[in-house]
Design a protein around this ligand. Structure first.
Ligand code: HEM
Ligand SMILES: [Ca+2]
Length: 590
């Protein structure tokens, strides 16, 4: 049974002309930018191609712009939609929720890995915020460029009036309709580690070597690239495969762990196979890192977000090693590109898991509280004293709870987001809502319909929020997807049915549309049976973070809070390891 109507399919996917070049059918490794992953449509899933829209039964793209071309969505009756900040205040203020919003089983590592994967598959091209102030500059009336937020009078936290918001770069498709550009590869391919363009990969790599660059054993800080959005605090700026590496320290150390894991694996492969060229060592290590990243993301992370039933329904679990090692679900007709609804709403579910604190936890489990809004874009917290805080951040990832997925978003990111270089900062909820509208993403009910769920006919369906919603919106069809989606409940605290459908469908396409999916047999790039088995049995997020972030003990499954019986804190050495000797090439003398 298909959640998404059979009619809904992907539209054409524009891309630059270079893609006319023929693909190398015998390529052993995926390209950095995803080009030629699909040999019939070389730009499927490629970086810098357009986000996907679903098609209706007549093959027309599904979107909702006020003028049908590119102006932000308005209400069904033609009025402006309700003020995004007012919605945020009335529905998503953490003070409206229960006093304790922590999840009982999910750790902060779920949140951080979620952000890392989000950044692996999604990066909207948005003109720089710092250089373009839509409240001040001469372009402020340009509706193609600006869509500022309006903070109402008497707002308790943000100053009334205009708050900057720049629209995503627009590209006209063949019908003259505004589309947006995804700068990341849509594949789950560790592009957060290696970059989504050959130029960035080159910057990250040590020339003539299999290693990624480091600076004092930390992420590299090459001159000439400045990803640091905070211009005030003097510091070195870390560079990784994605420019948002330092949004918060917990994300920063995810990048660091995978970066170090590449160098560890590459160094071992080099010792095992001294005759291999540097390039071979680099690419073989990259291939193993990507396989681990895919395995962990699909089998250990995603079930905690969309739940067991949706995992099974969309065929997202890898094949159980007891039933066989290889598995082939590849379908060359599938375009893995991320769809608009997943970009602007469904995959932003993680914003409700974020907590107000990014604490440091020492070896005796003493905690130093650090507020999230004090450490946005603060790589110095990770870098200082040669990285002495790194193990303390890692322990916090394992030991502190994520917040529940619900309609409450903490003040740290809802009132004080990115107060850089100085207050007032912004509201992540208002931004997400505004982002959905400016990209012409259809309202919540449309997505329910596409997911074969009953559209909501009355505000009453939303329980205690019906009144607030009915005072804000004219019609249930006007409700923004981010708002409606997070108001849905799931008994196991996964995302609700609409986001399960959208994320399940998206991750299915990313898996089935990936020619290089790690489980595939009989290809020039396939692992051996023994190698794949070793990856499947031993790839663990706990092992990767434990061995690379300077801690000695860790919970067996870091995505879950430590627990005496089944998720004890154990020495890292007791966690299983991938057997890299399986990559030792048997030289034959013929
Ligand atoms: C740790 C705190 C986090 C902060 C401070 C943060 C902040 C932001 C900001 C400022 C944006 C841009 C909003 C816009 O203008 O469109 C954004 C986008 C986004 N966030 Fe987060 N976020 C956090 C965690 C997460 C998590 C945990 C997830 C998912 C599990 C997530 C998923 C996304 C996605 C998918 C986007 C859209 C990205 C794009 O358009 O390129 N974020 N976030
Ligand atoms: Ca990617």
């Amino acid at each position: 049974e298909d959640f998404i109507n059979v009619y809904a399919s992907y539209g054409e996917n524009g891309g630059p002309k270079e893609e006319c070049a023929a693909c190398n059918v015998y390529a052993q490794y995926r390209t950095v930018d995803g080009l030629c992953n699909n040999q019939k449509n070389p730009s499927f899933g490629k970086s810098n191609s357009l986000f996907a829209r679903l098609n209706d039964e007549n093959g027309n793209k599904i979107f909702d712009y006020a003028d049908g071309k590119g102006l932000p969505r308005v209400a069904k009756n033609g009025d402006e939609l309700p003020n995004a900040r007012l919605i945020s205040q009335a529905i998503m203020d953490e003070d409206l929720g229960p006093p304790i919003q922590g999840d009982k089983i999910r750790s902060a590592q779920v949140v951080s890995h979620g952000q890392l994967v989000a950044h692996d598959i999604i990066k909207t091209n948005i003109p720089s915020f710092a250089e373009n102030d839509c409240c001040k500059n001469p372009n402020k009336d340009d509706r193609d460029f600006c869509f500022p937020l309006q903070i109402p009078e008497n707002d308790p936290d943000l100053p009334a009036g205009c708050l900057n918001f720049v629209r995503a770069k627009g590209v006209k498709d063949n019908n003259g309709v505004r589309q947006q550009i995804n700068q990341a590869t849509a594949f789950v391919d560790a592009s957060v580690v290696y970059g989504s363009t050959p130029e960035l990969t080159k910057t990250l790599r040590v020339p003539d070597s299999f290693l990624l660059k480091t600076d004092d054993n930390l992420l590299p800080t090459p001159a000439g690239i400045n990803n640091c959005f905070n211009p005030v605090k003097p510091k070195k700026c870390p560079v990784a495969g994605d420019s948002r590496v330092a949004v918060v320290p917990m994300l920063n150390v995810q990048h660091l762990a995978w970066h170090r894991e590449h160098n560890r694996i590459a160094s071992e492969l080099h010792i095992l196979n001294p005759h291999w060229k540097d390039e071979t060592v680099f690419q073989e290590a990259r291939k193993i890192v990507i396989a681990m990243f895919q395995h962990i993301t699909y089998n250990d992370f995603l079930p905690l977000i969309i739940g067991q039933a949706s995992m099974v329904r969309f065929g997202l679990f890898s094949r159980d090693v007891n039933e066989g090692v290889f598995s082939d679900c590849y379908d060359a007709d599938i375009n893995p590109q991320v769809m608009d609804a997943v970009n602007v709403a469904a995959h932003r579910f993680g914003h409700s898991q974020v907590t107000n604190f990014q604490n440091l936890v020492d070896d005796n489990y003493n905690t130093v509280a650090i507020k999230v809004d004090d450490v946005f874009e603060s790589p110095q917290l990770v870098q200082q004293n040669n990285g002495t805080n790194i193990p303390l951040i890692a322990r916090n990832l394992a030991c502190s709870a994520s917040n529940r997925i619900d309609n409450f978003i903490v003040d740290g990111i809802r009132n004080r987001l990115n107060r850089i270089p100085e207050p007032p900062g912004s509201d992540i909820v208002a931004r997400n809502i505004q982002r959905g509208r400016e990209q012409g993403v259809s309202g919540y009910n449309k997505w329910r319909e596409l997911c074969s769920l009953e559209p909501i006919k009355s505000f009453k369906a939303f329980g205690k929020y019906w009144k607030a919603l009915s005072e804000l919106y004219n019609d249930p069809d006007d409700i923004d997807l981010f708002v409606g989606g997070l108001l849905e409940k799931d008994p196991e605290f996964n995302v609700g049915p609409t986001f399960q459908c959208l994320l399940g469908f998206q991750y299915q396409r990313i898996k089935q549309g990936d020619r290089f999916w790690y489980e595939r047999p009989n290809q020039v790039f396939s692992f051996t049976k023994e190698q794949l088995r070793s990856i499947k049995e031993n790839a663990r997020i706990s092992k990767i973070l434990c061995r690379n972030l300077g801690i000695n003990r860790i919970s067996k499954n870091m995505f879950l809070l430590p627990q005496k019986e089944w998720n004890r804190i154990i020495p890292c050495d007791e966690l299983p390891d991938i057997d890299l000797s399986l990559w030792k090439e048997q030289l034959s003398y013929s």
